[in-house]
Each structure stands twice: as structure tokens, then as C-alpha cells.
Design a protein. Structure first.
Length: 301
């Protein structure tokens, strides 16, 4: 009898595809949360593999803060057109205009926190019972507490003490009316796994991930991109440097790293050598030690 020895990446891919198929089997109205970042792009790629030759059986959902990198939005639209996928956009600006949220003011203002209300409203409006996300357990200590199937109550909130056991890859998607699940198929992947998989599969990414010249300024140990809505403190100055993104989110809180890596092989070498975590460059995580966990309990990604 012939035996097959899967590589590490093949095992991770197989696990993720199994979970994506479980979502399609157990839930009536699932959706894939898409930010334009590398993890959500990998999820789209895995979804194509999971259901090929059929189309991806759920829509892509983007929560648009209105303060995005243009490159990420352009990539999103081109990918949706290429896949002939359905895109649903939840607008933070609309949430502000309708009084659902109040925009922050001041030097450190960001729309990142406001995404929670917009996300929950989008889930409720479209009656999604599962939202697939690209969270990984190695990213941040709060995410290390997640299961693959993460239960959310009728208010969209997460209770880390009320998560269901997942023994032998058995996933419990049972829920009450109004509840939903967040599902994280690449929970067991690391940042290095993601980059090696992108290289192996030749997955296209936004140019943001590769070194490029951009006007940036330095604040609290992080390089931030300039933009009309980004106010600078006295003494801060804009300068044009060669930088790239390790993680992509709202422009106001996405840190950039000084880099010369203009190809996937060089990025992998750079990641292997760094001693700073991926989210170490996210300005929103500087707000408090429990910033991510607090937002997750409120219904954040």
C-alpha cells in the first residue's frame, strides 16, 4: 500500500481546507472577512482550492474604514473581479454619518476601533451565521485563546471562558437564534508559514508588502504613513523612506518597517531574522496591554 508523507505546509493546507468545507456544510449563510491583507488573501486562495471547480460559495465581506491604503482597495476590487466573487462592503463612514458610532478626535484618533459596530451591523443585516477570518494564534496573546470555531452570543460578543472543546477535529457549530460563529481556518499557521505558503503557491499580493518609497513619520517607535487625515505632533516630520508593510489594516494604525525586501525570498529571510513580532508594528495595540482582548470581547474580529 502506497503511503504519503505530507510536508508541513501541506498538512496546514489540508487542515484549513477541511475547516472551510465544514463551514460550508454546517452553516447556512457564511461569509469570508476580507481586509486585503495577506492572511485574508491566503484564505481566498484556500477557499478556491477547497471548492474547485465550483466558485467560492460565500461572499467576501470588507469592513471599510474609509482610511485604507489605496493599494489594498485596488487589489481587493481586482481580485473580486478576477474571481467573479460577491463583495459586501460595510462602511465605517456610514456608521459615523448615521450616528451608530462617534469618530475619535485628536492626534491619536483612529477609525480602527469603530470597525466593531460596523462589522456587527453588517453581520446582522446580512444574517450571516458564520464569519471566516484570518486570525492566527501566534499573532497576539488574546488570539491564542481562540478555537477554530469561535462562538459569539446574540450581541456578537466573545467569552474566552465559554469556548467549546475541539477534540479530534470535531467542530460544534450549533447555535441559538441570533448567535453566530467566527471561524479561523489558519489558526495553527505562523507568520512564516503564511509567507512560505505564498511563495510556494505564487499568490499575488498588494505592492504594500514589498519595499517601496513612501512618505512616513516616526511616532512611539513606529513608522506611520502620512495622509490628509493623519495629524502630526509638534516635532514630528515627514520623510520619504524605503518601507513595506508586514500586516495591513487601517492606515492610521498600520506600522511600516524599513526594508529592502522587494521579493518573497527576501521577505522570508527578513522575517526569519527579526526579533519584533508581526503585531509589534500595529499602533492600535499600543493603547493598552489588553487592547486586542477588550475589542474581541466587544465583537471585534
Amino acid at each position: 500500500m502506497k503511503t504519503y508523507n505530507l510536508t508541513h505546509l501541506e498538512e496546514l493546507e489540508s487542515e484549513a481546507i477541511y475547516i472551510l468545507r465544514e463551514v460550508a456544510a454546517q452553516f447556512e449563510r457564511p461569509a469570508l472577512l476580507f481586509s486585503g491583507g495577506k492572511d485574508s488573501i491566503v484564505l481566498v486562495h484556500l477557499s478556491r482550492k477547497a471548492f474547485y471547480p465550483a466558485s467560492i460559495p460565500f461572499p467576501l465581506v470588507h469592513i471599510d474604514t474609509g482610511h485604507n491604503f489605496e493599494e489594498a482597495i485596488t487589489f481587493r476590487d481586482e481580485l473580486v473581479e478576477k474571481l467573479n466573487a460577491r463583495l459586501i462592503v460595510g462602511s465605517v463612514q456610514e456608521s459615523i454619518d448615521t450616528g451608530r458610532v462617534v469618530e475619535e478626535k485628536g492626534i491619536n484618533a483612529s477609525r480602527n476601533v469603530l470597525q466593531t459596530v460596523t462589522l456587527l451591523d453588517t453581520i446582522e443585516k446580512n444574517k450571516f451565521d458564520a464569519a471566516i477570518g484570518g486570525g492566527r494564534r501566534d499573532e497576539e496573546k488574546a488570539r491564542a485563546k481562540e478555537r477554530f470555531f469561535s462562538h459569539r452570543d446574540e450581541f456578537g460578543q466573545w467569552d474566552p471562558k465559554n469556548q467549546r472543546p475541539e477534540l479530534w477535529n470535531t467542530f460544534n457549530g450549533k447555535k441559538r437564534m441570533g448567535e453566530h460563529f467566527r471561524v479561523f481556518p489558519i489558526s495553527n499557521w505562523t507568520e512564516m508559514d503564511v509567507w512560505q505558503y505564498i511563495l510556494q503557491e505564487n499568490i499575488e499580493l498588494p505592492s504594500l508588502y514589498f519595499t517601496h518609497e513612501r512618505e512616513v513619520f516616526f511616532r512611539d517607535g513606529i513608522w506611520l504613513a502620512t495622509a490628509p487625515f493623519m495629524a502630526m505632533k509638534p516635532g514630528e516630520k515627514a520623510e520619504t523612506l524605503r518601507v513595506r508593510c508586514r500586516t495591513v489594516g487601517d492606515l492610521s494604525c498600520t506600522g511600516l518597517v524599513l526594508s529592502t525586501a522587494d521579493n518573497l525570498e527576501d521577505i522570508i529571510l527578513e522575517i526569519a531574522a527579526t526579533r519584533v513580532t508581526e503585531r509589534g508594528g500595529r499602533y492600535d495595540d499600543k493603547r493598552s496591554d489588553a487592547a486586542m482582548e477588550d475589542r474581541k470581547k466587544e465583537g471585534y474580529f
